[in-house]
Design a protein around this ligand. Sequence first.
Ligand SMILES: [Zn+2]
Length: 52
Amino acid sequence: MANQKEPSDVGKNCAGCKKVLSKKKKYYRNGAYYCNNNCFKKKDAGGEQQPA
Ligand SMILES: [Zn+2]
């Protein structure tokens, strides 16, 4: 249980690359924060690979 992070920490890291986001550098998309649109697209495309 000691491994759990505080809830307040949620949303402060990029959902794509897990980097810590500064106050000015955050990009909100689909209920998650990202560094920029690039990370959003990355996660959106690379999260689950769907065969065509
Ligand atoms: Zn990122």
